[in-house]
Design a protein around this ligand. Structure first.
Ligand code: BG6
Length: 469
């Protein structure tokens, strides 16, 4: 079987991780420009000031993507390039840059898939309470409308937010991302609610503009599975799915929050300060959401936690994403399983977990349209005689694409696959050591680009529409 003719083969990046030019052409400072420079926050103090200098090299990068045969490129817009203070004056040079990127994609017939928010928040907004403040919601709606009006004639695929669970969880529970707050559950749930509300408002604006493209949101997809069939572990897996998945997908797709979580938030005093108008807006715009983007890297294996939860500062690898850690509320813990395989960073490799998770989503939400908006292997790529032979990445993507194919055969409505990442980029906390790209960036040699083995492999997959998989 070949992939359907309207299935998009793509790859993705995010502004802060590639652009650099952090203070050029009128761009305002962001939360990450400050946070990444705090001692000890990132691997060897790496930051995105230069990143891989995509701001100045976008033409070369997009030409390489075209050569690889990419049908679509998912990238994010840096809010602070467009609105340097978050909600003040528009910076024309910021609009110019993204117009150039979009036009360059279209020149090669590459479909631009644009994320509005991939974690870099204008600093003024962060200082004013970030996602816990209503100002940020209003500012986002304004920013989104500016982007729709400026780029919407050519951009027909919009993602409002990337992975709310990550930037809110790491930002307000684990202290590992800005604003660097640990264990503030009230703020965490408040921030998530504001994001869902901002999403609904942006959907409303987008539909009112009648640009006839599609708009959705991207979530990290972290299906939880019980380690065995003991009832207490099964209930731990349910708990994990309610908090890590349904809390994020229900308000978007059903327009209301999962009752299981809502009840517990009430009992614990963690309920966000939400208004009837906000809840109505969620309800009223759920039908306007056109798709869900899934960033799938790994499932979690969980069991009931019997120990008191210890709250220390976490990195992403020591949060509940990785085996061996208690959940934020101490209810369950993630477990490393003897019979599973893991990446060098301890992330489980499980294409089957993806397939099972997709069926779980279908069961709960019906026939929703989905894209895999990220999937890939973070690795230290082997270099042999100057060639980057990233065989493990080829294997990883191959196994996941096989599962995507199978899912489509089994009636899951998947319309595209975006590998993470198009090119090696800055990993938020792991610097340049952890690579994901099809294109290598040589930090010892003026950031020159080089095609990896996986580049040639993915090109062939696209050319043959995955027939050999
Ligand atoms: C996703 C993010 O969560 O995971 C990306 O959307 C990120 O921006 C990717 O780079 C991989 O994460 P990490 O921590 O391995 O770089």
């Amino acid at each position: 079987m070949k992939f359907p003719h309207d299935f998009l083969f793509g790859a993705a990046t995010a502004a802060y991780q590639i652009e650099g030019a952090w203070d050029e052409d009128g761009k305002g400072p962001t939360n990450w420009d400050v946070f990444s420079k705090l001692p000890g926050k990132t691997y060897e103090g790496t930051n995105g000031d230069i990143a891989i200098d995509h701001y100045h090299r976008y033409k070369e990068d997009i030409r390489l993507m075209a050569e690889m045969g990419l049908e679509s490129y998912r990238f994010s817009v840096s809010w602070a390039r467009i609105l340097p203070t978050g909600d003040g004056e528009v910076n024309q040079k910021g609009l110019d840059f993204y117009n150039d990127v979009i036009n360059e994609c279209l020149h090669y017939g590459i479909v631009p898939f644009v994320t509005l928010y991939h974690w870099d928040l204008p600093l003024t907004l962060e200082q004013d309470g970030g996602w816990t403040a209503k100002r940020t919601v209003e500012a986002f709606v304004k920013y989104a409308e500016i982007c729709f009006r400026a780029f919407g004639d050519r951009v027909k695929h919009w993602i409002t937010f990337n992975e709310t669970v990550m930037f809110c969880g790491l930002g307000y529970l684990k202290g590992a991302h800005p604003p660097g707050i640990s264990n503030d559950k009230k703020k965490y749930f408040q921030a998530t609610h504001h994001v869902f509300y901002a999403h609904a408002r942006a959907v409303e604006v987008y539909k009112s503009l009648k640009q006839y493209g599609e708009i959705g949101i991207t979530h990290v997809f972290l299906p939880a599975f019980s380690t065995d069939d003991q009832p207490e572990n099964v209930s731990a897996a349910r708990h994990a799915n309610e908090y890590e998945t349904f809390w994020y997908y229900d308000p978007i797709l059903k327009g209301e929050y999962p009752a299981y979580v809502v009840e517990q938030l009430k009992d614990n005093g963690w309920t966000p300060d939400w208004t009837v108008e906000e809840l109505d807006t969620l309800r009223g715009n759920a039908a306007g959401n056109d798709f869900i983007g899934l960033n799938y890297y790994q499932p979690i294996r969980v069991e009931r936690n019997r120990e008191a939860a210890a709250f220390t500062e976490h990195t992403r690898e020591t949060s509940t994403l990785a085996p061996g850690h208690a959940s934020f509320d101490g209810f369950y813990r993630t477990v490393k399983m003897e019979d599973k395989t893991y990446t060098k960073w301890g992330w489980e490799i499980s294409p089957q977990g993806f397939l099972d998770g997709l069926h779980m989503l279908k069961q709960r939400y019906g026939d929703i349209k989905m894209y895999v908006t990220e999937n890939g292997l973070g690795d230290e790529d082997p270099i042999i005689e100057g060639e980057i032979v990233d065989v493990p990445r080829v294997k990883y993507i191959e196994e996941h694409l096989k599962v995507v194919k199978q899912a489509i055969r089994e009636g899951i409505h998947l319309k595209g696959y975006y590998a993470w990442s198009a090119i090696d980029l800055l990993s938020w906390l792991n610097g340049f050591k952890k690579q994901y790209g099809f294109i290598y960036v040589d930090h010892e040699n003026q950031l020159s680009r080089k095609k990896k083995l996986s580049f040639h492999w993915y090109k062939r997959i696209i050319e043959t529409r995955g027939e050999e998989l």
